[in-house]
Design a protein around this ligand. Structure first.
Ligand code: GLU
Length: 511
């Protein structure tokens, strides 16, 4: 790596749709790499394709990045010394740079109509081939290479529609560049077509705008999805034609995210079928009335989601999986990004969330719970105690409410099957005796409740296993859950006694 240059990476999304988690992973890797090298992360909005512009997509990108903790040092919002950061606001710049290529022969005007090109495409396809505008046929087409300078000047003066095309090398050559993920990559110049760089409507295409901006914004590392690998030789040519080869950025193309089965690019359609989202945040598009759920809305914690995302295509060389953002920054390395596509695994995403819940201090989880409507009227101390007992058993925090209704109100129903299983002739007698002992305890905390049950069992020469299940059913209505003495202590003695009484009454009809 050329460490003489300050590291400047950019995330350069096109607001043509809502950002998929693949895009967010690109942003994350750009961020990790920039931070690791005390560099700068730029957000550049590549909105040159106005026909595909989706309102709200830019804000969505900002929101999603903010949710996972990616901060941009320069962006359309925070500004910076290399702005503007929306390509639609930089058209005067592209106009200036396309003029340079037209002048030095790196590009040429093409006047072919869309219909004539379509006809060529069709006739080539009918003959079993495909049509590419390139060095082999451009001298038979309608452009400034085949028309005289006067004719071209006249057409331009009359306002004819045109495109400006890249002039790929006349003599076939190998174009080689180094990719930090893939190593040396070579394309033949004959595989590249004379791509359109600019149009007479004053808009550049992706290729021109992207290269000009990466140069002017002094980007040192281009980190982007693998789908752009085949555009890179074209960009290498552009750097050469502009005379910028010496400061060309280093490239790193990230592996695709694949569907869980490993076949094909991770798609919304496939994910919908399997019941998980491919978007970080939920969205809805008023124009198309489409919508999608998001990881945030499903209850993923941003740090867990970021950790999961970082490991989709990278690891630190060990078995380690849990990393905070700072740890990711310290460990991240482009050279360790995998070449093979990364299979998306929703169960793994949930596993990360469960790990994060386990490792998050009770006070922080309580703070989050207090924002939920179910928390109304509940005491902070009570919730903190309860989440401490339950966090190891949850995948998502919201499951807390579903799994612990009995902490807040007496059970209205009982798991009858479990009850029948644990019921013996003397169960009612044991429960009522235990209740009496609970009433006598000097202190009613988890330890004394537990000791009390143990002592009772020892005295009566019965197993704890004969007492606990019916007692649990009486207090919670269900068969499993956190430690019963802790539950009892949390709901307090008065409630415990009441619930045992209730159960003994209600159960008569159930058994
Ligand atoms: N605007 C392109 C995209 O939407 C950026 C590709 C690149 O990073 O060069 O992904």
């Amino acid at each position: 790596m050329n460490l003489l240059r300050p590291v400047r990476t950019r995330y350069a999304p096109s607001p043509t749709g809502f950002q998929h988690i693949g895009g967010l992973r690109t942003a994350l890797y750009c961020y990790l790499f920039a931070k690791k090298h005390q560099g700068t992360l730029v957000l550049r909005i590549e909105d040159t394709d106005q026909k595909r512009y989706v309102a709200g997509a830019e804000q969505y990108i900002l929101d999603a990045c903010q949710w996972v903790g990616i901060e941009f040092d320069e962006s359309p919002i925070v500004g910076g010394a290399f702005g503007p950061y929306r390509q639609s606001e930089r058209r005067h710049i592209y106009k200036e740079y396309i003029a340079i290529l037209l002048q030095n022969g790196g590009a040429y005007y093409a006047f072919d109509s869309a219909e004539s090109l379509e006809q060529l495409r069709q006739s080539h396809e009918a003959a079993g081939g495909s049509f590419t505008y390139n060095a082999l046929n451009r001298l038979q087409l309608n452009n400034s290479l085949t028309r005289s300078a006067d004719e071209v000047a006249e057409l331009l003066r009359k306002g004819a529609d045109y495109t400006v095309r890249l002039k790929t090398p006349e003599q076939p050559e190998a174009i080689t560049f180094y990719d930090q993920v893939r190593g040396e990559v070579t394309f033949q110049s004959s595989e590249i077509d004379d791509k359109v760089l600019y149009k007479s409507d004053g808009w550049p295409t992706y290729h021109l705008a992207n290269v000009v901006d990466d140069h002017l914004m002094q980007i040192s590392h281009v980190v982007r999805g693998e789908e752009w690998l085949s555009s890179t030789p074209l960009h290498v040519l552009l750097y050469r034609y502009f005379g910028w080869s010496d400061t060309m950025p280093q490239f790193a193309h990230l592996p695709l995210l694949l569907n869980p089965g490993g076949r094909g690019k991770l798609s919304k359609r496939h994910a919908d079928q399997l019941g998980f989202p491919v978007f970080p945040l939920a969205w809805s598009n008023a124009a198309t009335s489409e919508s999608s759920n998001g990881f945030r809305e499903m209850g993923f914690r941003p740090a867990a989601f970021t950790n999961f995302l970082a490991l989709l295509g990278w690891n630190d060389g060990s078995e380690r999986e849990i990393f905070s953002m700072d740890e990711l920054i310290a460990a991240f390395d482009l050279e360790r990004v995998h070449k093979a596509g990364a299979k998306f695994d929703f169960d793994k995403a949930k596993w990360f969330n469960a790990q994060y819940l386990k490792n998050t201090p009770d006070e922080i989880l309580t703070e989050d719970l207090l924002h939920d409507k179910q928390a109304q009227g509940k005491s902070r101390a009570f919730l903190q105690e309860a989440i401490g007992m339950y966090k190891d058993r949850l995948t998502f925090l919201h499951e807390f409410w579903e799994n612990t209704t009995f902490l807040f109100e007496a059970p209205k129903t009982y798991d009858t099957e479990a009850l029948r299983k644990s019921w013996k002739d003397d169960t009612a007698e044991h429960l009522s005796q235990l209740k009496n002992r609970f009433e006598q305890l000097p202190v009613f905390d988890a330890a004394s409740v537990e000791q009390c049950i143990k002592d009772y069992a020892a005295e009566k020469n019965i197993k704890m296993g004969a007492l606990m299940p019916p007692l649990r059913l009486a207090l919670t209505g269900i068969g499993g859950g956190a430690s019963l003495p802790h539950i009892a202590a949390l709901i307090e003695r008065f409630e415990v006694v009441k619930r045992i009484d209730n159960a003994l009454q209600n159960w008569q009809n159930l058994l």
